[in-house]
Design a protein around this ligand. Structure first.
Ligand SMILES: [Zn+2]
Length: 242
């Protein structure tokens, strides 16, 4: 293939712009906000699960508390009944003894049950505290995600604008270059990522390998409008580039 040295030099410019665009796209993909957002959204999922577990626990403890309160209530009712009978005093001595014994038993049962109730209430408080902490963390995470999304969007827009500028420069350059040469360039680039490179000090600037002396000698005899390819990476090798 033949192409003017100027067109070959332009293809090298197009390659530089394509590298630039690729670098910018990598920059978008590697924004620190992406890692930050991933960590925050993963934590959000964990916090959500923990909050659901805490709420379930609260519901269970609530049922436990209702049972415990009714246990206490039952003992209290019996105790009040017995105490009233004792206060009335209209009982035989033998029965009185039995009644006093029952009051004692019920009183210590009541103390036991109230202790159980207290323990349940303390457990409830501790789970409620945990749920409050999780709710606060969930709110913080929502703010954190929104803030990181904002930063990511600003950074992305800036880079996208830069990419758009390079792409329009590239379009303008492509418009002035022989179509067949651009087509060849695109074909090679789609395979290896590098479609054109400069020949510098006997080396291909694309694959960085030295061109063997026989090939180098042959290239020197070719007219400057002859399109030369690197034998190693197959890219368009642009001679006389600076
Ligand atoms: Zn090469």
């Amino acid at each position: 293939m033949k192409a003017s040295p100027s067109d070959q030099a332009q293809v090298l410019d197009i390659q530089k712009m394509d590298f630039h665009v690729a670098t910018l796209r990598n920059k978008v993909a590697a924004l620190p906000e992406i890692v930050e957002l991933l960590a925050a959204t993963q934590r959000q999922a964990v916090v959500r699960d923990l909050a659901i577990a805490a709420q379930t626990q609260i519901n269970d403890i609530k049922r436990e508390l209702i049972r415990s309160e009714s246990d206490v209530e039952q003992v209290v009712v019996r105790l009040q009944k017995d105490e009233k009978r004792l206060a009335d005093g209209a009982t035989a001595a033998k029965e009185l003894e039995k009644l006093q014994h029952e009051v004692q038993t019920l009183s210590s049962r009541r103390a036991e049950l109230e202790e159980v109730e207290l323990e349940i209430m303390m457990r409830m408080d501790s789970v409620k505290d945990r749920l409050n902490e999780l709710t606060a963390e969930a709110e913080q995470l929502v703010a954190k995600v929104a803030e990181a999304e904002g930063r990511k969007s600003v950074a992305t827009s800036a880079i996208e604008a830069e990419i758009a500028t390079v792409i329009s420069e590239r379009q303008a350059t492509v418009a002035g270059v022989d179509g067949a040469l651009v087509e060849l360039y695109e074909k090679i680039r789609s395979g290896t990522g590098t479609g054109a490179a400069a020949l510098r000090e006997g080396r291909c600037d694309g694959c960085h390998l030295a061109i063997n002396s026989v090939e180098l000698g042959r290239m020197k005899t070719l007219a400057s409008d002859e399109v030369v390819r690197c034998e190693e990476c197959r890219c368009i090798l642009v001679r006389g580039a600076h």
